[in-house]
Each structure stands twice: as structure tokens, then as C-alpha cells.
Unconditional design. Sequence first.
Length: 48
Amino acid sequence: MKTGFKGNKSALPAKPCAACGKPMSWRRKWAQCWDDVKYCSERCRRQR
């Protein structure tokens, strides 16, 4: 059973979205491709 992240989220790496500028924090599914992640959402990726 997954309980989710219970730690300090401010300790995780973050970077701004290339489209809207909102800060995105690191996610487990982005662990292998964090350097390639540029957009916070599908909407921002389409908008560019």
C-alpha cells in the first residue's frame, strides 16, 4: 500500500515551468528524466 510522500517537500529540488513560470517540485515519476522536464503540465507543453 502506497502512502505517499510524508517528508519535507521544500527539501526536494524545484525548477520553474518553461511556459508559465510556476515552480515545479520533483516527482517520483520524473526521477529518471528530471533534467528533461520543462513543463509543469500537458497544457503548458501544448501552449509553449
